[in-house]
Design a binder for this molecule. Structure first.
Ligand code: TEU
Length: 558
């Protein structure tokens, strides 16, 4: 029997607001995606993951959903969505949507109903309402903090005008957490999954998959840190030992995914899931991937890894070992819509793992070095066993836009942090498709609307049009690598064998006859002998592998 498609798929992430604008309002939409399907098919990816396209007040860019079974009018209609699904499938592309089960929008009818129905009502049971502490209940029920800054609790005004209960929101106040102990919540999400599966959607990315279930009684905890900081053991930094947390990665969440898996498997062409679970410990992450749970999970340890051969090898090795234990394929991901673009991360000397813009700002950046490392990194990523993700724009070598004016910042993090954390907008700037000046073909010719975030003046050479056909461009490197990956039986799912190479050089072979070598040092090194180079991330003068360069190798047939 053929391997299931998802075990080695390369999945392209479409951040819909910023991919392509089909109707000329400056915001990306479904018509824009349809107009660019050729780009995606030519690139050589197998599937698309589209960020939330449901009706939303956009307090958190669509991760605040007010109706899970419809399409946001600014993105199009349900008919547009169905047309896209058909066209993508005709082009050989699978489509994953993004489901947001931890919280709804505060404009969701359930939440409006809960506010109106008042304390003690059945409608409030679907969320996590609690009385406050202290005199008059003026203090939040516990000390939990929101991911976006500040308390994770918001007080409501009761229908009679009095100051009332508080509700939990692990993210923005406009994103009240749902109560996953409630049967209505479980039933409604199954209905949503079925709704989209029945329309041909091939699977879902599950937003904050590790959060749904909270510790009964919502206890205050002294240790809410997440991810937990490494601890020093005998002078070396080690991962902190696992301890239960009141809301992240609780064991009870797995029951939900066992139900979801049964639903996915009930289709003739079974549907698939990918978990967004920021769970640091490989063994804990692997629990989501047991055979009766989710198919795959993003590998954020790899995404956050520093440019260091020893560290990369350790992360890759641990990942493969833990995934092997549960029979799931690993995934490899360098960037997404929540982290600083990897070109800009690699442009800095990084000593501790991490991925946020705030960690980078102020450190000297060498973007040419960042791009060279990014080129080397994608050949590594696509050669590793399992499936891989490409975040829109990385195939163009886009950098993080670090100097967006304060007044355009739209990520709730900016406001919630009291203007100390600039948030995630810098990786969400609309894509440059063609031309020399903004909007670089993002909106249709003749439209006067500005893209929802301003694009840098210097992106002319980075447009898809400018890079197409230029053999030295990032785009052509992605195309070449993705097409060769498809034709190379050794790539995709499977195993690797590490090569014994000098310190700072990472290399492995995969059978039959494939090798990958990455020079993570600052000096050129000799290429391993006995192989032909089939693809390299940069020029290889005198048979050497320069610094920040990688190569794909083939053992000549005997
Ligand atoms: O993100 C979950 C999450 O916890 C992080 O990605 C977090 O947003 C990041 O570390 C910045 O602090 C998911 C979505 O990917 C993200 O875009 C949403 O904002 C979030 O859930 C809430 O739905």
């Amino acid at each position: 029997m053929a391997e299931p498609w998802w075990r080695d798929a390369v999945i392209y992430q479409i951040y819909i607001r910023s991919f392509a604008d089909g109707n000329g309002d400056g915001l990306g939409d479904i018509a824009g995606i349809r107009s660019r399907l050729r780009h995606l098919a030519d690139l050589g990816v197998d599937a698309l993951w589209i960020n939330p396209w449901y009706p939303s007040p956009m307090a958190d860019a669509g991760y605040d959903v007010s109706d899970y079974r419809a399409v946001e009018p600014r993105f199009g209609t349900l008919a547009d969505a169905e047309a896209l699904l058909r066209e993508a499938h005709d082009a050989g592309l699978r489509v994953l949507l993004d489901i947001v089960p931890n919280h709804s929008s505060d404009q969701h009818p359930w939440f409006t109903e809960a506010l109106a129905a008042g304390p003690g009502s059945p409608a409030r049971e679907r969320y996590l309402f609690r009385p406050g502490r202290g005199a008059d209940g003026a203090e939040p029920p516990n000390g939990w903090q929101s991911v976006f800054g500040g308390s994770a609790w918001q007080r409501v005004t009761e229908p009679d005008g009095s100051p009332g209960e508080w509700y939990l929101h692990l993210f923005a106040p406009e994103q009240p957490d749902l109560n996953w102990e409630h049967p209505d919540v479980r039933a409604d999400f199954e209905k949503t999954l079925r709704f989209w599966f029945d329309r041909g959607v091939d699977g879902f990315r599950i937003d904050v998959a590790h959060s749904l279930v909270k510790e009964p009684g919502l206890p205050d905890a002294s240790d809410l840190e997440w991810p937990r900081k490494p601890v020093e053991v005998d002078g070396e930094l080690q991962r902190a030992p696992w301890r239960p947390h009141p809301f992240w990665d609780r064991d009870e969440v797995h029951e939900v995914y066992r139900e979801w898996r049964l639903l996915a498997d009930s289709y003739d062409d079974p549907k698939v899931y990918v978990a967004e679970a920021w769970v640091d410990e490989p063994e804990r992450l692997a629990r989501y991937l047991r055979p009766d749970e989710l198919h795959t999970a993003f590998n954020f340890t790899y995404l956050q890894a520093i440019w260091d051969a020893g560290y990369l090898r350790q992360v890759i090795g641990e990942t493969l070992e833990e995934h092997r234990a549960v029979g799931a394929p690993a995934t490899w991901v360098l960037s997404n819509h929540d982290v600083a673009r990897h070109v800009s991360r690699y442009a800095r000397e990084q000593t501790t793992p991490g991925s946020s813009l705030m960690e980078l700002l102020g450190r000297p950046a060498d973007l040419d070095l960042g791009r060279r490392r990014a080129r080397a990194a994608v050949l590594l990523t696509l050669a590793l066993p399992g499936s891989a993700y490409v975040y829109q724009g990385e195939e163009l070598g886009l950098e993080e836009v670090e100097d967006l004016p304060d007044e355009v910042l739209a990520d709730p993090t900016w406001e919630r942090s009291g203007h100390t954390d600039r948030g995630r907008d810098g990786c969400r700037v609309p894509l440059p498709w063609s031309g020399d000046a903004p909007p670089y073909g993002f909106s249709p010719e003749g439209s006067t609307a500005q893209p929802w975030l301003p694009q840098p003046a210097g992106w002319g050479p980075l447009t898809a049009e400018a890079q197409s056909g230029d053999p030295g461009s990032m785009l052509e490197l992605y195309r070449a690598a993705l097409h060769r990956r498809r034709e190379t039986p050794a790539l995709g799912d499977g195993e690797l064998t590490w090569l014994d190479l000098p310190e700072g050089v990472l290399g492995f072979t995969r059978e039959p006859g494939f090798g990958c070598v990455v020079n993570v040092t600052a000096e050129p090194v000799a290429l391993p002998t006995g192989y032909d180079v089939v693809l390299a991330s940069g020029p290889l003068p005198d048979g050497m592998l320069p610094a920040a360069t990688s190569a794909w190798l083939a053992r000549p047939q005997q």
